[in-house]
Ligand binder design. Structure first.
Ligand SMILES: *[C@@H]1O[C@H](CO)[C@@H](O)[C@H](O)[C@H]1NC(C)=O
Ligand SMILES: *[C@@H]1O[C@H](CO)[C@@H](O)[C@H](O)[C@H]1NC(C)=O
Ligand SMILES: *[C@@H]1O[C@H](CO)[C@@H](O)[C@H](O)[C@H]1NC(C)=O
Ligand SMILES: *[C@@H]1O[C@H](CO)[C@@H](O)[C@H](O)[C@H]1NC(C)=O
Ligand SMILES: *[C@@H]1O[C@H](CO)[C@@H](O)[C@H](O)[C@H]1NC(C)=O
Ligand SMILES: *[C@@H]1O[C@H](CO)[C@@H](O)[C@H](O)[C@H]1NC(C)=O
Ligand SMILES: *[C@@H]1O[C@H](CO)[C@@H](O)[C@H](O)[C@H]1NC(C)=O
Ligand SMILES: *[C@@H]1O[C@H](CO)[C@@H](O)[C@H](O)[C@H]1NC(C)=O
Length: 468
């Protein structure tokens, strides 16, 4: 079932194997608080997990049970969602309004769910209040059990890259703008792993920012997992002089195909295998540049990191590798999307007959091009209340989402887990809430949103506009 899930991870915590349903448990302790960083030269408060921005990577194996304590040390309610991770039978842990009440400031809340029947690359992020624009995200790697094979050899290394547009205004200021009916306008930059661009051109990048360096060894093949965690900008991702062999998107193995660049829309995750087969005469650029905009106006809004071979003979210099030359022609991007398996034109009832029913990919985030449509087959095999939404943060904030309640008429808890003991109550049920056991004072207000439990939506309108 398409939904969003969030995970936490504690570096120091051991993985404790317990005999419950024979599947191991992994425990994480997360402290969510603000730290100050200046990715684009402007000092701002971002949301860190255990002091890290981006947050730690949750590296687990399918069927494991995850237990994640989240201590909210922000000054506002917080909720993590686990993008695309299927916490089967357990929408209580989905971490979006409508299924889970926010963790009030100062409170500690524990998520517990099993990552079931799933392998691949995902990420977690804050689902409330535009907080994703301030960080709070991190990677989720779900490995295969040894008995399950995957369609490629074990890579020599595993690298996670977050790309995303970024504003020098913080998320509370951005929220105010949207509340006031304004658009957010052009972002101030694109961050790669929370860092500003490498100074490849002193006009376009006037300051020498701290930039991301990916260290590799010659001749080795790495699995590179790329997530677009931004607000709303589609990004073209490329690595100078290197082929990227696409192997997975959000838990589905794709037709394997080489790309020199690929469009990655907000909310999407891809894995590539990249072989370090160049002569390392210099470092190489890693680029994430905006798509479907006037690239000369947006040239400053480009993420640039560095791929550094251990035998590199010098710094990267010169122009960036070119983006696809199709500024306002979306067919390139659409062909890429269609190659990965998706149609174009006006959707009609007849289009139903043309759906790619046999090798459509299963994924949790799909793009809808302006004037085009994408059909989503949602298999209603997971009871509970689930959220279907646009991943573009500004339109999601303005309400572009829908909840569906999937019920099993049989009276059994075999298909839907019972409400967890630690459920937080809010909205119309807030009077059921007992004082928390663990909390650090600050604001205990539970007034958040409307009644968020037991919402029943009778109709499903899957109108998901990725482009506003
Ligand atoms: C965001 O910036 C404004 C000033 O522009 C400040 O008042 C506010 O406290 C900041 N919010 C955060 C979360 O840092
Ligand atoms: C994830 O864990 C596996 C097994 O514990 C390990 O082999 C692998 O290197 C880890 N990956 C990352 C990215 O830490
Ligand atoms: C830097 O970028 C500007 C603007 O695109 C361009 O005119 C200039 O030639 C570039 N400088 C170098 C050294 O490439
Ligand atoms: C992808 O490119 C590499 C060279 O970088 C080549 O060895 C490989 O066969 C290509 N794979 C496919 C599926 O085209
Ligand atoms: C390394 O590769 C580049 C680009 O393919 C080429 O221009 C350069 O001459 C090569 N350098 C050496 C030392 O082989
Ligand atoms: C992009 O913007 C520049 C500067 O405003 C303008 O000269 C150019 O015509 C625009 N390009 C397109 C394709 O609209
Ligand atoms: C399912 O219901 C039974 C009977 O009420 C109860 O004993 C059991 O603990 C429940 N299982 C779960 C996973 O909630
Ligand atoms: C959060 O709750 C968990 C489980 O009840 C507890 O182990 C942990 O110490 C608590 N953390 C804080 C900071 O209160």
């Amino acid at each position: 079932m398409a939904s969003k899930v969030l995970l936490g991870f504690v570096w120091a915590s051991a993985l404790v194997a317990v005999a419950f349903a024979a599947d191991p448990f992994a425990h994480f302790d997360w402290d969510v608080s603000y730290i100050h960083v200046s990715p684009l030269g402007v000092k701002q408060r971002v949301i860190a997990i255990n002091g890290q921005f981006p947050g730690p990577i949750v590296n687990v194996t399918t069927n494991w049970n995850l237990v994640i304590n989240v201590q909210n040390n922000l000054d506002e309610p917080f909720l993590l969602t686990w993008d695309g991770v299927q916490h089967r039978k357990n929408s209580w842990q989905d971490g979006v309004l409508g299924t889970t009440c926010p963790i009030p400031a100062g409170w500690n809340w524990t998520y517990q769910f099993q990552v079931k029947d799933q392998i691949g690359s995902f990420y977690y992020f804050p689902s409330l209040n535009f907080q994703r624009a301030a960080g709070g995200y991190g990677g989720i790697i779900i490995n295969n059990r040894p008995v399950i094979s995957v369609p490629f050899g074990t890579p020599d290394g595993d690298i996670t890259i977050f790309i995303g547009d970024w504003y020098n205004h913080n998320h509370t200021d951005l929220r105010k703008k949207l509340d006031g009916g304004q658009e957010l306008g052009m972002p101030d930059g694109v961050l790669i792993n929370g860092k500003g661009p490498y100074q490849y051109n002193t006009t376009l990048v006037p300051n020498a920012y701290d930039y991301e360096t990916i260290n590799v060894n010659p001749g080795k093949t790495y699995r590179i997992r790329v997530h677009n965690v931004g607000v709303s900008t589609s990004l073209n991702f490329r690595i100078q002089n290197h082929n990227m062999l696409l192997v997975e998107t959000e838990g589905t193995y794709t037709v394997q195909q080489n790309y020199t660049n690929l469009d990655i829309h907000v909310g999407q995750s891809y894995s590539f295998l990249v072989t370090m087969d160049q002569n390392a005469s210099s470092d190489y650029y890693i680029v994430a540049s905006p798509r479907f905009v006037n690239e000369s106006i947006w040239a400053k809004v480009t993420g640039v990191a560095v791929l550094h071979y251990s035998n590199s003979k010098g710094k990267a210099s010169g122009p960036l590798p070119d983006p696809p030359n199709d500024e306002y022609d979306k067919s390139f991007s659409m062909n890429q999307a269609k190659n990965i398996r998706m149609d174009w034109g006006e959707w009609t009832e007849n289009s139903r007959g043309q759906y790619n029913k046999w090798d459509g990919v299963s994924r949790c985030t799909t793009q809808v091009f302006p004037g085009a449509w994408t059909a989503i087959l949602v298999s209603l095999d997971n009871v509970g209340i689930w959220n279907i939404r646009t991943e573009n943060l500004d339109t999601w904030y303005r309400g572009q989402e829908v909840y569906i309640r999937i019920v099993n008429p049989e009276i059994t808890n075999k298909t839907e887990l019972a409400q967890p003991d630690n459920t937080i109550y809010c909205g119309q049920l807030s009077d059921k809430q007992q004082p928390p056991v663990h909390h650090k004072g600050s604001s205990d207000s539970l007034i958040m949103g409307a009644s968020v439990k037991l919402l029943t939506f009778l109709s499903l309108i899957a109108s998901i506009a990725i482009f506003s």
